[in-house]
Design a protein. Structure first.
Length: 123
């Protein structure tokens, strides 16, 4: 038997009832404190381990690819103007007219209702 256990038994078997009670309470308090410390340590370590796992598993947000640098447009890629015949050829099955205003601006005239909404998109 260990000396600590022997001392505890001797203290319990003493004649004085108050000293026996006090000894039992002190020994029980030590045991409970040790268990509480162990429980708190285990909780703290498990919380720390969980935080480490979460920190390692979180994916970093990917950085967006760099925007393409502005490119110069060559003459062949530039938009060219359509002739009047080419413009009217875009509407083969619809009646359409091309009118020139006094200011020199040209507009398309659609005599059928709904053709303008179908063909012209205003930006």
């Amino acid at each position: 038997m260990t000396p600590e256990k022997q001392r505890l038994i001797d203290d319990l078997l003493q004649d004085d009832q108050n000293s026996r009670r006090e000894t039992v309470l002190l020994a029980g308090g030590q045991i409970l404190r040790r268990k509480r410390r162990r429980r708190n340590t285990i909780r703290s370590l498990s919380a720390l381990a969980l935080l480490c796992i979460l920190a390692l598993s979180v994916e970093k947000t990917p950085t967006p690819p760099p925007s393409p640098s502005p490119q110069t447009v060559t003459e062949s890629e530039q938009a060219r103007s359509l002739s009047d015949e080419e413009l009217l050829a875009l509407f083969p099955d619809s009646p359409v007219a091309l009118a020139t205003l006094d200011s020199g601006k040209k507009i398309l005239i659609f005599p059928r209702a709904g053709d303008k909404q179908r063909f012209v998109n205003h930006l």
